[in-house]
Design a protein around this ligand. Structure first.
Ligand SMILES: *[C@@H]1O[C@H](CO)[C@@H](O)[C@H](O)[C@H]1NC(C)=O
Ligand SMILES: *[C@@H]1O[C@H](CO)[C@@H](O)[C@H](O)[C@H]1NC(C)=O
Ligand SMILES: *[C@@H]1O[C@H](CO)[C@@H](O)[C@H](O)[C@H]1NC(C)=O
Ligand SMILES: *[C@@H]1O[C@H](CO)[C@@H](O)[C@H](O)[C@H]1NC(C)=O
Ligand SMILES: *[C@@H]1O[C@H](CO)[C@@H](O)[C@H](O)[C@H]1NC(C)=O
Ligand SMILES: *[C@@H]1O[C@H](CO)[C@@H](O)[C@H](O)[C@H]1NC(C)=O
Length: 929
């Protein structure tokens, strides 16, 4: 299945690939409009020769059919091609028409389109803004197997002629404005594998005869206005592995026979009006991975049989009317993960059964859910004690058991849940003391234990939880005084201990200087200024001598002296207190600077990290104290970071810095990049924000950023280490023994395209693509490194880009030289094009000869013009390459390296084209002709 668009691009590559005008947008003389229109025309089919007046040899396009210009500058302002019966691909050549104000293509699919369809098998109009109706003539195009109209504005009724296309294998009409009923007649499409009508306005019932499509693998009718029940014929869809009826108004029961659809991996019936019980037969769906029954009117309980759905990754049964005992199988799935690990089983990560009416005790075995990150069973009717094996859940990040009837005490074993960030146990019947061991949960930011029956004093060890922000212990029976150490909690933003039996002095300093009285109210024996209740003096008699006195004990003798002494004693106490507060604040600020970010990171992405850790030497004994943040894992350097950066471990150098190799304590190697553009780096805050963003990017074709180290003078980025080295080394290194094969080269090109496409999807421009920045994994999979580093610099100035960073000669897109052009991700596509040529030819982008400079892309383009392009392929391959792949790949490289950014394809298109090139036989068969 191919997209129309990529077919056209491929067509362009094959036919007009050499059209490469010398071009700079700054040049006012050059008439870009002609070129734009000719490129546009090349993508169109013009059965009535309406565009025959469009001749590239003309000096001006202004007399061309359908074209109108502004007479003052002869620039095209209007293009009206209505009724020309054009079809094909609206090329971005149009983007060159900088003065275009009116564009009318009246995009409908011409009725005749399907009348002479010959042996057309695949047709895709996907993702265009086509309007109008699907021509009825489609029914006469009997050879069609794959039809894709998705993501347009097509309206009207379902073209019932489609059901005559007996060979149809896939039909995608999703994301349009189609309405009316889906007609019957589908039952004759024995070959239909994929049917998507999602996000239209279809109403009425699901066709009763849909079960005739017995090889259907994927059925998506979501986001329509369908009503009625699930037709019984669907029982025959036993090959179906993805079924989505989400977001309709379907009613009735979920049929028992659903358990016979044994291949189902995804079942989404959410947001309908299904009622009744969840059928027991679901337990037979042993391939099921995703089950979504959310937002229906289901009653009863989740059947125990589902313990047999051993591949289940996600289950959403929220917003129903389920009740009864919490099904124990939800906890045993995790145990099975042990025996299923070989199947790529990831374990249950989220268990959200909140706000139902589950009762009874929490089954034991929760400790087996080893991947659990979020446990929310709040607002049910559960009783019994908090399971002790909660402490076995090392990934557990959020626990919410609030609003139940748990009793007993908080188990000290909770100390094992080392990733815990939020613990909510409020509104239960918990008694006993708060376990001091909770201090081991060092990531805790929220601790909410209010409305229970907790007794005893607040453990001072809580003061070690320096990440704490929200603490609510109100409405318990806590006694004793508030530990002074709590003032160490410098991230606190709320601390509520109201309505307990606390006594003594409120701590002074830190958050407690500004604590509101409502947070401490209801403790009649607390004293301090906040509660308006002065404390009895508890200071021991000072042993400070009056500095004015000469004798030993004479100072307390007179009234006058006594007064003076008292003054100086209170002054001393005050100064002493101030000093220790100041020291405390400084130390804590430093400490927290390093902890805070790790914490933010956890808050921002609760599930992405398995336990972000933050290491740093104590500020007290290291003057160069810095902050080291690893995004995952419990790793530490085998050696202090500074010592590592010596010549011996250096493995590379680039525009941004020097790269070293080192080992973490656990023995795994990492590459450390020491940024040498220190002086240009943004503030720490922005630096960290960007770096963390990069840290979240995980893709098999991108080098993973594992962490970073920050001091104001030294910044390190910690990357995964790839022992095989860079593409540059493999291509141009001096060992001629291990020449990359054609297969390997193709794989590298495709992989790079995927990596780059992923970056662009994340809105990251690489800016600095070159073969030294592409690392090769032992599996030949390429991984692009150094992405986004430009973002760390204060401004994206052209000078910075071209001089400092984009120093890599030959890869730099021409628009870097034209100040008026906005730099977009197309600059990466250019660099990618050069990389393609470099990989295929084995030559550097710019080679310096005796007294000559050879620019690779000019050289290849020249060879193509002379019809000798095959000679460009790396001679070390000794002719062992597939010319039918190599030549289109070279052409693709040249197109990517087009001078004009808008002529370069998107990376997504590049991937499509590469995949087409990879299987040329299939590709040609399906080419639209
Ligand atoms: C239809 O085209 C869209 C856009 O290219 C694509 O995402 C979708 O997978 C295609 N549908 C089928 C059934 O291949
Ligand atoms: C289709 O039109 C909508 C608005 O009418 C626009 O936002 C969207 O970008 C267009 N899509 C394409 C592929 O041109
Ligand atoms: C289930 O479907 C609902 C709405 O239909 C959606 O909001 C929710 O994210 C889905 N749950 C899962 C786990 O995909
Ligand atoms: C799970 O499957 C096994 C074997 O097919 C069966 O014996 C057992 O009854 C099933 N369990 C439940 C709870 O249905
Ligand atoms: C648990 O779920 C309830 C809703 O059912 C929600 O209000 C609450 O915020 C969730 N708890 C956490 C910690 O996310
Ligand atoms: C806080 O942690 C330190 C070091 O881990 C430990 O020595 C100290 O006893 C702890 N403080 C409390 C009050 O538990």
């Amino acid at each position: 299945m191919m997209e129309f668009r990529s077919m056209c691009l491929l067509f362009l590559i094959l036919l007009i690939s050499i059209m490469q005008p010398v071009f700079c947008v700054d040049d006012p003389v050059f008439n870009d409009d002609i070129l734009g229109l000719i490129v546009f025309k090349a993508g169109l089919k013009d059965p009535n020769h309406k565009l025959s007046s469009w001749n590239e040899d003309d000096n001006t396009p202004c007399n061309w059919e359908g074209v109108k210009c502004d007479p003052s500058n002869n620039k095209v302002t209007s293009l009206v091609l209505d009724g020309f019966s054009l079809s094909g691909h609206v090329d971005r050549g149009l983007l060159r028409l900088q003065f275009l104000q009116i564009l009318s293509l009246k995009g409908t699919i011409p009725e005749e389109f399907f009348q002479q369809c010959g042996s057309l098998r695949t047709v895709s109009f996907a993702k265009n803004n086509l309007t109008g109706k699907i021509p009825d003539s489609i029914g006469s195009c009997a050879t069609l197997t794959n039809v894709n109209f998705s993501s347009n504005q097509i309206y009207g009724e379902f073209p019932s002629g489609v059901w005559f296309l007996r060979g149809l294998q896939s039909l995608d009409l999703s994301n349009n404005l189609l309405e009316g009923e889906i007609p019957e007649g589908i039952q004759n499409l024995y070959d239909m594998r994929e049917l998507s009508l999602k996000k239209n306005r279809f109403s009425g019932r699901i066709p009763e005869d849909i079960g005739g499509c017995i090889v259907l693998k994927s059925l998506d009718l979501s986001g329509n206005f369908l009503s009625g029940g699930i037709p019984n014929s669907m029982q025959r869809l036993s090959s179906c592995n993805s079924l989505s009826l989400q977001g309709n108004s379907l009613t009735g029961n979920i049929p028992d026979w659903i358990g016979e659809l044994k291949d189902l991996e995804k079942l989404d019936l959410s947001s309908n009006r299904f009622s009744g019980l969840i059928p027991k037969s679901l337990g037979n769906l042993d391939m099921l991975q995703i089950l979504n029954f959310s937002r229906n009117q289901l009653v009863g309980n989740v059947p125990d049989s589902m313990i047999n759905c051993s591949k289940l990754l996600a289950i959403d049964i929220s917003h129903n009317q389920l009740f009864g005992h919490l099904p124990s199988w939800t906890f045993r799935i995790g145990l099975q993960s042990l025996s299923l690990s070989g199947n790529n089983y990831h374990g249950l990560e989220v268990l959200d059964l909140s706000s139902n009416a589950f009762s009874g005790e929490l089954p034991s075995g929760i400790g087996g859910l080893s991947s659990l990150q979020l446990l929310n069973i709040s607002n049910n009717n559960l009783s019994g004690s908090v399971p002790v094996d909660i402490g076995q859940l090392k990934s557990l990040y959020i626990v919410d058991l609030s609003g139940n009837k748990f009793n007993g005490s908080i188990p000290f074993e909770i100390e094992g849940a080392i990733s815990l960030s939020e613990l909510r146990l409020q509104k239960n019947f918990l008694g006993g003391r708060i376990p001091a061991q909770i201090a081991k949960c060092s990531s805790l930011t929220s601790l909410v234990l209010s409305h229970n029956k907790l007794t005893g004093s607040i453990p001072a060890s809580i003061a070690n939880l320096t990440n704490l922000q929200h603490v609510d212990l109100s409405w318990n029976e806590l006694s004793g005084s508030l530990p002074k150490e709590l003032t160490n909690l410098s991230n606190l933003s709320s601390f509520n201990v109201s309505y307990n039996h606390l006594q003594g002095e409120l701590p002074v300093g830190g958050f407690f200087n500004t604590i509101s009285s409502s947070s401490v109210t209801g403790n009649s024996l607390l004293c301090g200024s906040v509660v308006n209740h002065s404390c009895p003096s508890v200071h021991p008699k000072p042993i400070v001598l009056n500095p004015n006195s000469s004798g030993s004990n004479s100072s307390v003798s007179s009234q006058y002296h006594r007064h003076k002494i008292i003054l100086s004693i209170s002054a001393l106490i005050a100064i002493g207190a101030a000093a220790s507060i100041a020291v405390g604040v400084v130390a804590i600020t430093v400490l927290n600077m390093r902890v805070r970010s790790a914490m933010e990171q956890r808050l921002a992405t609760p599930f992405a990290f398995s336990g972000g850790e933050d290491y740093g030497n104590s500020p007290a004994n290291d003057p160069n104290y810095g902050k080291l943040v690893m995004f995952s894992g419990d790793a530490d350097f085998a050696d202090g970071a500074h010592n590592l950066l010596n010549k011996e471990s250096e493995i590379g150098r680039g525009g941004f810095g020097v790269v070293y190799r080192t080992f973490l304590r656990d023995g795994h190697a990492v590459a450390i990049k020491k940024l040498i553009v220190s002086s240009l780096i943004k503030s720490q805050e922005e630096f960290e924000k960007e770096v963390k963003r990069f840290g979240k990017i995980r893709h098999q074709n991108l080098v993973a950023l594992e962490g970073y180290y920050w001091t104001s003078s030294l910044q390190l980025l910690i990357y995964e280490f790839l022992s095989r080295g860079s593409l540059h080394k493999l291509l141009h290194g001096d060992n001629n023994k291990n020449v990359l094969s054609w297969r390997q080269r193709f794989k590298i090109i495709l992989g790079m395209a995927k990596g780059l496409s992923h970056l662009h999807q994340m809105n990251i421009i690489h800016y600095n693509l070159k073969s030294t920045n592409v690392l090769i994994h032992s599996s030949d999979e390429p991984k692009i490194g150094d992405f986004g580093l430009v973002k760390l610099l204060p401004m994206l100035d052209h000078c910075v880009l071209s001089s400092k960073i984009q120093s890599a000669l030959g890869y730099m897109a021409p628009e870097f030289a034209c100040r008026t052009v906005k730099i977009t991700e197309k600059c990466d596509v250019y660099g990618f094009g050069i990389l393609i040529l470099e990989i295929v030819t084995g030559k550097r982008p710019v080679e310096y000869m005796e007294d000559d400079v050879v620019v690779l892309c000019d050289m290849v383009r020249g060879a193509l013009e002379e019809g000798k392009v095959e000679e460009c392929v790396d001679e070390r391959l000794l002719g062992n390459f597939a010319a039918e792949e190599a030549i289109p790949v070279i052409k693709l490289g040249l197109i990517c390296a087009s001078q004009v950014p808008s002529n370069r394809p998107d990376m997504d298109e590049v991937i499509n084209i590469l995949e087409l090139i990879q299987c040329p036989s299939e590709g040609q068969e399906e080419l639209l002709e």
